[in-house]
Design a protein around this ligand. Sequence first.
Ligand code: MCA
Length: 509
Amino acid sequence: MTFLDQLAHNCQQYAAKTAIEFIGETATTYVTYEQLENNVLRAMAYLQAKGVVKGDRVALQLPKCLPFIYLHLAIMRLEAISLPLNPGYPAHELGYFLGDAAAKLFFADAATRESLAEMLAGLPDLQEAIFLDTPSIINYESLIAPFDPAEAAGIPIPQDLNATCLMIYTSGTTGRPKGAELTHGNLTANLNALHEAWGWRDDDVLLHVLPIFHVHGLIVALHGALNAGGTAVLLPKFDPETTLQTLQERRCTVFMAVPTIHRRLINVPHARDYDLSHMRLLTSGSDRLPDDLFQAFQDIFGHTLLERYGMSETSMLISNPLHGERRVGSVGRPLPGVAVRIVDPETGAPLPDNVVGEVQVRGANVCKGYWRQPDKTAAAFTPDGWLRTGDLGLREPDGYYTLKGRSKDLIISGGYNIYPPEVELVLAEHPAVQASAVIGCPDEEWGERVTAVIIPREGFAVTADDIIAHCKTQLVNYKVPRRVIFVDAFPRNALGKIQKAKLRQENCS
Ligand code: MCA
């Protein structure tokens, strides 16, 4: 049974039960499983009338809202490909994603209509851009009102496990971002593994505070709850006090977040006074969970965070156990059906326990490759079919894995990945920048903070604010350098390559 089969089954079995509780600014909307199914079918009929067919890419650059969820599920049920995008992408970045994916339809917030008009007009494959008045979503209701769920009720649920249903763009150390193609088989395998490992139940109530355009918020959290027949309580934006209050009032059982969010929760005044005794599972991922935070969280809330490890290309790979030791600093053991090995990054030879090497992974959860990028797909996999994660780690003799940094040049801030070359390319466009190197400086709240080290061009007067303002026009907010440092030269090795480790030592204090 695929994820979409399971969901359709849940919509019958739990028809009257709340699937999604969306806590909007002015009102809370309750969507039962039966209503969810009807809304998805209605959206399918609407998309079909727009000409969406198998394999089409449909991009969703919407804030966290119910139409996003209906459209996303409808796209996948039509055998098309859902392409969720961060609503913060400016036209510059967005144009690349839509062009590369050759998206047929694009849904966005009406507030962006003018700023995107010129870029959208230059996309040859885009058939239509549809703007929704979020958060009121009134025009979405009127768009889909003429369509009858019955029109789509006969459409079979996709059964081709190898067909792509979801594309998530990830960046890399070289070149432009690439679309990781996740299939029905990938989603199903990962949800089954997590269902078993984390003991998802139909009486689970998940509090969902994450963005829904990434694997963490979309697949692991939202799909996870719906797959189990549970209830997902959605907050459109994370706020620490509202989160604790909602966990308490709604007697939530499951919560998933990134370390930055957990850190903000422990810092809420009187955090210990909230009653979270009904909770059974609180997970942490997308970035390393610092030891002090693991301990403080336990002290304050009486719950031991379950740290797990995943990536967009694979969904979840390794997890600490539901029952048993949740080892501080470790991401736990491979999930059911996921094979993990540690190899020498240079030779590819498997390494013994306790020796640091590259983490490689294989399993039904691993994406089939990158959209229209056969060379990058080939480079990402070993000849015998293991995905090179670019993360370094070791295996302990009892099977627990510990991550030990990255072989790739990557910054993680608040759970978002930032590839320095992307920021460096934007900096290079500024006339006053002769050369730049972007690094991540350690930061208690964010994990790392994006820092730009710049050699200014002679004769140009430039300030940090100028550089930041320039980046804001080209990059989504979390990639914008928080700090800009001007230097005369970079430390370089004998081959002339910038020594980023040394640059961090010199500039991160
Ligand atoms: C917001 N800002 C950030 C970040 N988030 N800057 C750097 N890094 C960030 N992560 C900017 C804001 O735009 C704002 O900029 C300023 O920082 C302060 O914003 P604030 O209101 O404090 O931030 P926020 O809106 O509360 O967001 C913080 C957050 C958010 C809730 C921690 O970043 C978040 O939801 N992170 C989760 C990311 C996630 O889901 N990652 C999963 C991908 P300005 O002052 O200029 O306006 S990884 C994944 O999916 C894999 C598979 C996995 O394993 O999970």
